[in-house]
Ligand binder design. Structure first.
Ligand SMILES: Cc1cc2nc3c(=O)[nH]c(=O)nc-3n(C[C@H](O)[C@H](O)[C@H](O)COP(=O)(O)OP(=O)(O)OC[C@H]3O[C@@H](n4cnc5c(N)ncnc54)[C@H](O)[C@@H]3O)c2cc1C
Length: 590
């Protein structure tokens, strides 16, 4: 099979497909089969090729910012405890999430003293997980496992890590047999290996993937789109073809369908990343009892500071084993040209925006740059520009300011997401058949299936859960095929010699009908991929909706709406709503 995209979803799928844990049912069936056939085979037998568009020379450590790992970490442990340990070692344990606000009784000027914020909410993660109990406790506090066995301690599945460091660990820990090629941008999905336009008549060999360098790879039985928010595979699943292959009236590539699938939220993020240095602990007072740096001794905190119609987040993130942690400061604010996802028109009207039609009203930002997590375009103004914006939004800068001043990289991006209900009347779902390939299919995972706003910090966590869930379904499909072979309902391909005679006939008296078998296989795969979607759609749609709501609430208008937000957060904290929302999203749903 082909995995398109080696981001968090693609890499964790590659791990899941080489995981004995994910393949348990299949391996048991295989072992029984081996006992019968006595041929000693027990390998997983899924040949996977991974393709990613980024050049092999990309410095992944410098791409992206910090992410929090909760449910995703718990699921990594199911995939492979050794891999989870490696990710944990590259991360920082996340201890607290705190929300603070500018004190409204003060003037609107930027505050600098420690006393100049008021605390709205504090989540001591271990405590709230223990208090919640049930699945949350079972999934998020687990016995600690080292390479030489259990240590007797418990581990809280809440970590902070730089996205690049996570990707590095996932890449470095792939089995040596992993086949991964960079510099391959998928341009088409087709039923024939020819470079000519595909007529989808196919020859039942399998699915072929065409890449921008002119190469064609295949045949594959399944193509998994892990190609992120602007997914080409999603375009194929939704439209039955890759629309970017078409040209517009002006003779340009028609990227419309790919871009239209993501909605612009009208919320923007500027962020500053500071690579860690050995003496940061001293410089930022990390070891002080009452430090203001987001890094308590031995762990990390995420601290949110609300201002007027905006907020900032400061955090410390693991940057890999042996490297000092990095720091990130994020400023989240509304695009002035938008009311929610609706673009303000010159005539005072509003219209819904997808990426192809959106542009930022932020001064100096070129429309359609930074439209997703692409990192090429540094935001305008560096530390001075970001400081100015922080001051404009009256965000307490006690902690954010020093990170911005010392930052190595600055970025700005618009927040995009997929409408979980799809664009049309009938949602097209996450999987579709590729015509002319004998029922073989494409399926989506991670951001390609459900890009969500980042305000609950769940994008990467959900991608890992997708991968685990999808891999178990793929193994289930293989188990079904194996059981059919064993029960004599079908002949294995390898058992038919060149003259069409059946060797190793283990069918007993059962009738063999290869057409029926092909139909059964097709049905089995379709059903299992639908099961995967059914399991994963609801939690991801719910997180998308809550995350969007949170984003709009947190960046609500200047003055009264922001005061309302602070009251809301205080009450949500007191009533336990905040902890419920956070832990609801963090608890894996498989
Ligand atoms: C550069 C970058 C930085 C990010 N930073 C953050 C962050 O700081 N915080 C956060 O919460 N989330 C961040 N995200 C999003 C977050 O990582 C995702 O929600 C999560 O990782 C989901 O992962 P994914 O694998 O589905 O998608 P992605 O991480 O977007 O990965 C998609 C992969 O597919 C590849 N690809 C895309 N199109 C094609 C194509 N046509 N052919 C072949 N390959 C293709 C891309 O090169 C990429 O490696 C970032 C994403 C990216 C790409």
């Amino acid at each position: 099979m082909a995995i398109i995209g080696a981001g968090i979803a693609g890499l964790s799928l590659a791990h899941s497909l080489s995981s004995q844990n994910c393949a348990r049912t299949y391996l048991n069936a295989r072992r029984e089969s081996d006992d019968n056939n006595n041929d000693g085979k027990s390998e997983l037998e899924i040949v996977t090729k991974v393709f990613d568009s980024r050049p092999p020379t990309t410095d992944i450590l410098k791409a992206g910012a910090g992410i929090q790992l909760t449910g995703g970490m718990s699921v990594l442990r199911r995939i492979d405890p050794i891999l989870q340990r490696a990710v944990a070692d590259a991360s920082l344990p996340l201890r607290f999430v705190r929300s603070r606000s500018k004190p409204w009784s003060f003037s609107n000027s930027t505050t600098t003293a420690a006393s100049s914020y008021s605390t709205l909410l504090e989540l001591d993660l271990e405590k709230v997980i223990r208090d919640t109990g049930g699945d949350t406790l079972r999934e998020l506090i687990v016995p600690r496992e080292e390479e030489d066995g259990m240590t007797g301690d418990e581990e809280v599945m809440a970590y902070s890590i730089m996205r690049g460091a996570l990707q590095e660990v996932l890449l470095e820990n792939l089995p040596p047999s992993a086949d991964i090629t960079f510099g391959k941008t998928l341009t088409n999905i087709q039923s024939s290996p020819d470079n000519q336009e595909d007529d989808n008549n196919g020859n039942d060999e399998g699915i072929f993937c065409a890449f921008s360098d002119g190469s064609i790879e295949g045949p594959f039985d399944l193509v998994v789109g892990c190609d992120g928010i602007r997914s080409v595979v999603k375009d194929f699943v939704e439209n039955g073809k890759v629309s970017s292959l078409e040209t517009t009236a002006k003779g340009e590539k028609n990227m419309g369908k790919v871009e239209d699938s993501a909605l612009y939220s009208g919320i923007r993020i500027q962020y500053a990343i500071m690579d860690g240095e050995i003496n940061d602990d001293e410089k930022f007072g990390d070891n002080d009892d009452d430090n203001e740096t987001g890094r308590a001794t031995g762990g990390a905190e995420l601290r949110q500071y609300f201002g007027d119609g905006a907020y900032a987040l400061a955090g410390t993130y693991g940057a890999g084993v042996g490297r000092p942690p990095s720091r990130g400061a994020f400023l989240v604010y509304r695009d002035e040209g938008y009311i929610g996802p609706f673009r303000k028109g010159a005539d005072g009207g509003v219209s819904l925006s997808s990426s192809s039609s959106s542009s930022s009203s932020v001064e100096g930002v070129i429309p359609d740059e930074n439209t997703d997590w692409r990192q090429e375009t540094p935001s305008m103004g560096g530390s001075v520009g970001m400081r100015r914006k922080i001051a404009e939004c009256s965000v307490p800068d006690i902690e954010i300011g020093p990170i911005v001043d010392a930052a190595d990289r600055f970025f700005e991006l618009g927040v995009y997401f997929h409408n979980p209900l799809g664009g049309g009347f009938f949602p097209s779902g996450w999987s579709s058949e590729v015509p002319g390939t004998g029922g073989r299919r494409c399926v989506l995972s991670g951001d390609a299936a459900h890009a969500m706003p980042p305000f609950l910090g769940q994008g990467a966590n959900q991608a890992i859960q997708d991968s685990y869930c999808l891999a178990t379904k793929i193994f289930q499909h293989n188990t079904n095929c194996l059981v059919r072979v064993e029960s004599g309902l079908v002949v294995e391909e390898g058992d038919i010699d060149t003259k069409g005679n059946v060797e190793n006939d283990n069918r007993g008296d059962a009738e063999v009908d290869i057409t029926t078998d092909a139909k059964e296989k097709k049905k089995s795969l379709k059903k299992l991929l639908k099961e995967y979607e059914d399991v994963r759609w609801k939690p991801t749609a719910s997180i998308t909706a809550k995350s969007a709501f949170l984003g709009y609430l947190e960046t609500g208008g200047v003055g009264l709406p922001s005061q309302f937000r602070d009251v809301f957060f205080r009450i949500a904290g007191l009533l336990g709503i905040a902890k419920k929302v956070f832990l609801g999203a963090a608890t894996p749903k498989l």
